[in-house]
Ligand binder design. Structure first.
Ligand code: F3S
Length: 423
């Protein structure tokens, strides 16, 4: 390791800050091309801002900023520039959901002009060597994570799952820093990459049994909302005590995605998650108790006020177990006329559902399965869909946002959704 060469910042303030290896120094000087140079300069800037002493190698990256709905023409222009500069990713890099199913977009009522731009975005990513997996659950296929592994992921729910369930280490990257990390194969060593920043700072006692996936999401919503106004350097890091039953993997996803809708990127569950040794080091800045009344209030807040036009399941994207759960509930039933029911799953998890025959059960009941996209970043036909129903707190948090689809969205447990929407 050696100190950075003089860069513009150093000339300005005369201070040398981050250490770079020989290879990093060459990259910084442009010896590997303009793309990697811009990327490493961004990482150094970010690292210096957060007080990082050095960069660290990462084993994978997960890139967000994919949907044409959220990125628009600005994203297209930026990606076109990266491609022109010959940017290529240096580590296995997966991609977040796009705004539509690449193959079945017409079944989602997507306008052709939107589809064309979306496909162009995917084409640019492919040219950069990104695996266009288009799912927010890259840990359900491909990336196998372990405790202490340094990665650079964007997409808040995936970040929270990777940190909490596996004990891997990533900050919540944004669309630009994660691309820089993917191109250089490195990220700045600060924040949740350091053990001392992963110690829980909020104790949450859960006095009420959590009965289903929707309720795990609502639990995350209750805790996230209670901590919304508080300031923690790397977000609240809750430690859940007395959480029963022990969440299944997809319930971890629901809880983490809801917490991530606020500013949590890591949580611990007593006796369950992998970093138990950090619990005894905790000095809690906040203590919360979630009661049966809190849960009841949250259930009522999101209960449908009118009959919904469409159900969306798969935020975060559903795995085969969740698809199977839907199949078991809708078997031998028919979706009510003029209603739609969409399940969003990664291509990989959908392939399992197709192979074992679960997908057919869904189709026979009137359910559509889509991949490459998600309930939040797709474009809904607002002449058809005025109200949405889901079992996901994160979906209910973001779909109504004016900058996205602006459609009222309600929550029920899956079993009650099926009772309401099928005959
Ligand atoms: Fe995933 Fe989209 Fe939900 S990215 S967590 S399905 S909002």
């Amino acid at each position: 390791m050696k100190r950075t060469i003089v860069n513009e910042k150093d000339e300005r303030n005369g201070e040398l800050q981050m250490f770079l290896t020989n290879e990093e120094e060459k990259m910084f000087n442009g010896e590997f091309g303009e793309g990697p140079q811009l990327a490493i300069q961004l990482l150094v800037d970010v690292g210096e801002f957060f007080g990082a002493e050095r960069l660290i190698p990462i084993s994978s990256a997960h890139v967000s900023g994919v949907s044409y709905l959220t990125g628009g023409d600005g994203l297209l222009a930026q990606l076109s520039l990266f491609v022109q500069k010959g940017c290529k990713v240096a580590v296995p890099t997966t991609l977040n959901p796009a705004g539509m199913d690449r193959k079945y977009w017409k079944d989602m009522y997507i306008p052709p002009e939107f589809a064309e731009k979306q496909l162009q975005i995917l084409d640019y990513y492919e040219k950069m060597g990104v695996m266009t997996t288009c799912s927010c659950t890259p840990y359900d296929f491909g990336h196998i994570l372990h405790k202490g592994q340094h990665i650079a992921w964007a997409e808040s729910s995936a970040v929270t799952f990777a940190n909490s369930f596996f004990g891997a280490r990533t900050n919540r990257e944004d669309a630009l820093t994660v691309l820089a990390a993917a191109i250089t194969g490195r990220t700045a060593y600060f924040g949740l990459h350091l053990t001392e920043n992963r110690i829980p700072n909020v104790e949450v006692r859960v006095e009420v049994p959590i009965k289903n996936t929707a309720e795990f999401g609502l639990l995350g919503h209750i805790v996230g909302k209670a901590l919304e106004a508080k300031n923690f350097p790397y977000g609240p890091i809750p430690l859940f005590r007395d959480l029963i039953p022990e969440p299944k993997p997809h319930q971890f996803k629901a809880l983490g995605a809801a917490l991530a809708s606020f500013s949590t990127s890591l949580y611990h569950v007593e006796d369950v998650t992998p970093e138990q040794e950090l619990i005894e080091k905790a000095e809690f800045e906040e203590k919360l108790t979630v009661t049966a009344d809190d849960l009841k209030e949250a259930i009522e807040e999101f209960r449908p006020k009118t009959e919904p036009d469409i159900v969306v399941i798969g935020c975060p994207n559903a795995n085969w177990e969740e698809i199977r759960e839907v199949a078991m509930l809708v078997q031998n039933k028919k979706l009510k006329p003029d209603k739609e029911f969409w399940v969003f799953a990664s291509q990989a998890q959908r392939a399992i559902a197709e192979t074992v025959g679960i997908a057919n059960i869904l189709r026979e009941a009137g359910v559509k399965i889509f991949s490459d996209t998600c309930p939040e970043v797709t474009l809904y036909d607002k002449s058809r869909f005025k109200t949405i129903l889901t079992n996901s707190t994160k979906a209910a948090h973001y779909i109504p946002a004016a900058a996205l689809n602006g459609i009222p969205t309600y929550i029920l447990p899956l079993k009650e959704i099926v009772e309401m929407m099928f005959q």
